[in-house]
Ligand binder design. Structure first.
Ligand SMILES: O=C(O)CCC(=O)C(=O)O
Ligand SMILES: [Fe+2]
Length: 202
């Protein structure tokens, strides 16, 4: 790499930032633990598969979709009709809307059973989310690392998603960055994540 490019990378490392709002202590830890226990019971968790060249493979996590009836989402070519809101999810949605001032009509729930469960690099940029989606991500249970990588420069931003935290991604974050939850080594307990979204209703 030339010196000029090296300098560019250092310069962008300071300047390039995703558009995120970060609330590390959004919920008190007791409230977060209560919500975690309730969600394990009340949500209809599914083991989804992803199509690969070698055939369908189980996702390394359990998932569920909830939302308003019209909030249909096309995901890996499949029409996803959401389940009805359950009480704890609805409570969290109301609280997230109060904090962000945004409205949400759907949520993807991810359940990471241990450090072996993970989510690979991706951006949430399906057409029905619009060009600058607001995605509000609530974390409950075990702390997991969340990486954001700027597509053009490769600059990385790292968050430790602690129990009761809220991370809001907005603006051009999905267009310009990817994110992931990597596997974690050692004894890592269960974690549930809720990503609230607004899907253009059909
Ligand atoms: O588990 C997380 O914190 C990330 C979830 C996520 O990126 C998604 O649901 O699209
Ligand atoms: Fe995501």
């Amino acid at each position: 790499m030339s010196d000029a490019n090296q300098l560019d990378l250092w310069a962008s490392a300071d300047v390039v930032q995703p558009e995120v709002d970060w609330y590390p202590h959004w919920l008190e830890s007791a409230a977060a633990a209560t919500s975690l226990a309730r969600l394990i019971d009340e949500v209809g968790w599914k083991q989804d598969t992803i199509g690969t060249p070698g055939g369908p493979k189980p996702l390394p996590r359990l998932t569920a979709w909830q939302g308003d009836a019209g909030a249909i989402y096309v995901y890996s070519g499949i029409l996803n009709v959401p389940s009805e809101w359950t009480p704890t999810v609805l409570e969290l949605k109301t609280a997230v809307e109060a904090t962000t001032g945004a409205r949400f009509n759907s949520v993807l729930l991810n359940r990471y059973r241990s450090g072996d469960d993970s989510m690979g690099w991706h951006a949430d940029r399906e057409r029905e989310l619009g060009p600058e989606p607001i995605i509000a991500s609530v974390s409950l249970g075990a702390t997991r690392r969340f990486d954001l990588r700027h597509n053009e420069s490769g600059v990385m931003r790292r968050f430790e998603l602690t129990s009761g935290s809220l991370l809001v991604m907005r603006g051009r974050t999905q267009a310009l960055w990817r994110h992931r939850v990597p596997k974690a080594v050692g004894l890592v307990g269960e974690r549930i994540n809720l990503t609230f979204r607004f899907v253009t209703p059909r």
